[in-house]
Design a binder for this molecule. Structure first.
Ligand code: ADP
Ligand code: ASP
Ligand code: MG
Length: 449
């Protein structure tokens, strides 16, 4: 085989028959495309997460199941010779109903993964059939047979070496014959349980499979024509970026730019696979190339926003000129498997934010046991309703006047925590959730327009 392009299509790209047909055209337009990694149809994962969290009322549960059925049956109705696919889809919908009943009585992260994985299992059945009916010979492949993860349900960690070996053995030969359609977001642990990589994880799946197959290009097809200077839905004057470096784009993804799952670029960076981001609705508009190095490296590149932040502030006079206090705090956090995102310290207090949670969703919380243990050391304050704003760029710490430009634009807002200096590529701050979009717009207007 000469070249392999792995193409990932997100939820809105496979939302309905029309959107799926656009994806088929994208695949037809590039002979190198051998693997299509597909998300669940738009809205489906949200419905499944709701069911997985345990819907008590039977009529509400029924209503969610009907919505799921309608989304998939609507596409099927527009496909010829659909009997076999329809029975596969209906069998999966029956499984969803059974699992949703179980989740209503005893929800668990393992059950959540089994349930939410159905979205991608359903969409890939339909999309494979759609490709075949449009004259593109395609075969459906169960990603769980190659995308090996650990058993951390809801946010499973991929096992890179095993995934690579399995993909080369089982997936690559298939890619030589036909276009292979597989699920994003889902994997399998060594015991055969279904796992998920966390919300938005299909991007990451596609990158992991591109790495495993030693692909030449990874394409992320979504609902915007590339990466912009900030989310164009938040700041309508956001500008498209034609080329960006791996490190800049991964900072953006890490700091919440929803266009890419935070881990997407790690596998691409390991194998130096160029990544293209474009719109499946309007591929002719071009998009963004993400490469090892970009021709330009501007001082200010982009703004990212991550909502649902939890800030924990620890205060103790014992911290003053003492040693070992932070070590004790972090020992407790590690013991309770709490991952810390940002940290800012002063003489007698330390503020930190907690890392995002798993597929089940919601703001991260400090477990009661951890709170109790920390309270023996210091006073603990937990705050929700905050958003993280990140400015991404190059040589920011070495360039005079950067901070005054940034904070000058934030005159009208209250900044809760600032992290700057540790990296030359970003500066970030916490603001109240209701200020987050106005802050992005004010910063974008002042720094990028
Ligand atoms: P998909 O379902 O295809 O994975 P997502 O909704 O996860 O799509 O990601 C695409 C969305 O990301 C866009 O609709 C846009 O609102 C948002 N987004 C956030 N930051 C950016 C950015 N910097 N550039 C472009 N889109 C962004
Ligand atoms: N369907 C999953 C989600 O909505 C994964 C993805 O679309 O990337 O989070
Ligand atoms: Mg996404």
């Amino acid at each position: 085989m000469k070249k392999i392009t792995v193409a990932k299509f997100g939820g809105t790209s496979v939302a309905d028959f029309h959107a799926m047909s656009n994806c088929a055209s994208v695949i037809k337009g590039n002979n190198d495309t051998r693997l299509a990694v597909i998300s669940a149809c738009s809205g489906v994962t949200n419905l499944l997460v709701e069911l997985a969290n345990g819907v008590q009322q039977e009529p509400t549960r029924q209503n969610r199941l009907e919505k799921l059925t309608a989304i998939h049956h609507e596409v099927l109705a527009q496909l010829p010779e659909n009997a076999a696919v329809k029975s596969a889809v209906d069998a999966l919908l029956d499984d969803v109903a059974t699992l949703a009943d179980a989740a209503a009585t005893s929800p668990s992260t393992k059950l959540t993964d089994a349930l939410v994985a159905s979205g991608e299992l359903l969409s890939t059945h339909i999309f494979t059939h759609l490709l075949n009916t449009q004259g593109i010979p395609a075969v459906r492949f169960d990603a769980r047979t190659v995308l090996r993860t650990d058993s951390q349900f809801g946010k499973a960690l991929p096992q890179i070496d095993e995934t690579s070996a399995l993909a080369l053995e089982k997936l690559r030969p298939l890619c030589e014959e036909k276009i292979v359609v597989t699920q994003g977001f889902i994997g399998g642990d060594s015991e055969g349980n279904t796992t998920t990589l966390g919300r938005g994880g299909s991007d990451y799946s596609a990158a992991l499979l591109a790495e495993a197959l030693q692909a030449d290009v990874l394409e992320i097809w979504t609902d915007v024509p590339g990466i912009y200077t900030t989310d164009p839905r938040v700041a309508p004057n956001a500008k498209p970026i034609s080329e960006i470096s791996f490190s800049e784009a991964s900072e953006m993804a890490n700091f919440g730019a929803k266009i890419l799952h935070p881990s997407t670029l790690l596998p691409a960076m390991r194998r130096e696979i160029p990544v293209f981001v474009g719109s499946s609705k309007a591929p002719e508009q071009g998009g963004t190339w993400i490469r090892k190095t970009a021709e330009k490296s501007p001082l200010l590149r982009a703004l990212a926003l991550r909502s649902n932040q939890t800030m924990v502030t620890l205060n103790s006079l014992n911290m003053f000129h003492a040693y070992g206090f932070l070590a004790e705090v972090f020992n407790i956090l590690a013991k309770h498997k709490i991952s810390v995102d940002l940290i800012s310290t002063s003489e007698v207090s330390v503020s930190l934010t907690l890392d995002q949670t798993d597929t089940g969703g919601g703001a991260p919380t400090l477990p009661d046991a951890a709170l109790e243990e920390l309270s023996t050391l210091c006073t603990v304050k937990v705050e929700h309703g905050l958003s993280l704003v990140a400015l991404i760029g190059n040589h920011m710490g070495e360039t005079r006047g950067t901070a005054s430009r940034i904070f000058g634009a934030m005159d009208n807002f209250n900044v809760r925590l600032i992290c700057s200096g540790a990296s030359n590529h970003n500066m970030c701050f916490l603001v109240d959730e209701e200020d987050s979009k106005p802050v992005i717009r004010a910063l974008h207007e002042s720094l990028f327009e």
